[in-house]
Every structure is written in structure tokens, then in C-alpha cells.
Design a protein around this ligand. Structure first.
Ligand code: PGA
Length: 245
């Protein structure tokens, strides 16, 4: 089994400010471990702040590089301000901003083109889980991205985020998450073995300090994408510590 460095990502969504960012940066610098990679994804306007080496990511990216696209931010611009990661296809963007699988695939290509690492979110609704469609839904979302990739040599990250677990306090059990993560790895393996071994698959959906250790101890769970709990410095740093084996 390939050694995958655990990754824990803070997805601030439309929250936070300069003060919280400075506090989070201080705490993450103090924590610094070479056994876990940590990334903070604040809203766009804070991405230009000096994060003193703490990695940062964006929550969205334009499909195109430049031009008359009012309100958009391109991969080149994100790279320019020191971003290394981009969250793509979060269920909130799929549901509220009409991001289809095709749009997600284009944004992944734009991210890779800019030399950044995409964190590609996939996940089923409660209804789809009840209808036993989870694996079919997720496979389709992943294939839409992988079918469009010119090669499998770039670094990708996937995040399994069951929609019913996001911001609801209802976490998937470790068994439920592990089952889906193992399936995601199988889909990746059907494209490329190395990709399957090396790609980190994060779990997201009501991850908290007290459930993170168990989730992260599962074979195919390589870290987390953290929403609500990433807005609290102590909670987030505890979750990061819990990702260290
Ligand atoms: P949550 O959000 O941790 O608040 O459930 C996770 C996410 O949406 O990425």
C-alpha cells in the first residue's frame, strides 16, 4: 500500500475574516508537522494575505484563463498569490450555482493547467443513499473528471462528502465512509493503478475533533475537508493532530 501523506483542508465557505486567518496561521505554524499536510481555504479576498508558509487554497476557479468574465478569478491569478489547491465541485456549488459534472471537469483542467492541485468533491444526497444509488452517483461524478484528463500524472485529491452529512452534525459512520472511499479507489484503479495508490481521498461532512481520529484511522480515508469545525482554531488544529497516525 502506498504511503499517502494525510491532508486536512479548512473550507471556510462564506465565513471568516482577517483576524481569524491570522489566528489560524499562527496556530498552524505552531503545530507544523511533516506527518500531515494542512491547507486553509478562506474566501478569495483573503488569499493575498501572507500566510507565512501555511498552504492556502481557493474555493472556486474560473473555467477560463482571462477575458470578459466579470466576477471570475483564474488559476493563473490564484497561483500568482501563492495558492496551491482549489476546491472544485462542492455540493453547494453544484446545487446553488448550477455546476454540472461538465463544468467540474473543465475547472479541474483549468486548475491543473495553472499548476495547482484540485480537490474534487463528490457525494450523494440522502434520497440517493436511500435508493442505494450512492456508488453509481459517485462513480459518474468521478468518471466525468477522469474521462477528460489528458494524462494521469498530475496530483489530484478527491473529497467524499455525503450531502446529508454536510453541516448537519450527521457524520457518515467510519464503515459507511470507508466503503465509499474504497469504491472511489476502485474507480481510480480502473483508469490507472498508480493514480489509485497515490491519490488522497478525504472525507468531509460534520468532521469534528471527537469523530476525526476514528475516521482518519480507516485504510482509505486520507484526511478531511472540514467546514464548520475549521472556523474554530482549536477544533481545527485538534482535527489536524488527529490525522497524524
Ligand atoms: P461541514 O462541511 O464540516 O460543516 O459539514 C464540510 C464541507 O462542506 O466541506
Amino acid at each position: 500500500m502506498a504511503e499517502r501523506l494525510p491532508l486536512v483542508v479548512a473550507n471556510w465557505k462564506l465565513n471568516g475574516d482577517k483576524v481569524l486567518l491570522a489566528e489560524m496561521i499562527d496556530a498552524l505554524q505552531a503545530f507544523e508537522s511533516n506527518e500531515v499536510e494542512t491547507v486553509v481555504c478562506p474566501p478569495f479576498v483573503y488569499l493575498n494575505e501572507n500566510t507565512n508558509g501555511v498552504k492556502k487554497g481557493a474555493q472556486n476557479i474560473a473555467e477560463v484563463e482571462s477575458g470578459a468574465f466579470t466576477g471570475e478569478v483564474s488559476g493563473r491569478m490564484l497561483r500568482d498569490v501563492g495558492c496551491q489547491f482549489v476546491i472544485i465541485g462542492h455540493s453547494e456549488r453544484r446545487a446553488m450555482y448550477g455546476e454540472t459534472d461538465a463544468v467540474v471537469a473543465k475547472k479541474v483542467l483549468a486548475t491543473l493547467h495553472a499548476g495547482l492541485v484540485p480537490i474534487i468533491c463528490v457525494g450523494e444526497s440522502e434520497q440517493q443513499r436511500e435508493d442505494e444509488e450512492t456508488i453509481a452517483v459517485i462513480s459518474k461524478q468521478i468518471r466525468a473528471v477522469l474521462d477528460d484528463l489528458p494524462s494521469y500524472s498530475d496530483s489530484l485529491v478527491f473529497a467524499y462528502e455525503p450531502i446529508w452529512a454536510i453541516g448537519t452534525g450527521k457524520t457518515a459512520t467510519t464503515e459507511q465512509a470507508e466503503e465509499v472511499h474504497a469504491e472511489i479507489r476502485k474507480v481510480l484503479a480502473s483508469y490507472n493503478q498508480e493514480l489509485a495508490q497515490e491519490t488522497r481521498i478525504l472525507y468531509g461532512g460534520s468532521v469534528k475533533p471527537d469523530n476525526s481520529k476514528e475516521l482518519f484511522s480507516s485504510d482509505n480515508i486520507d484526511g478531511g475537508l472540514i467546514g464548520g469545525a475549521s472556523l474554530d482554531v482549536e477544533s481545527f488544529t485538534t482535527i489536524c493532530k488527529n490525522a497524524v497516525a
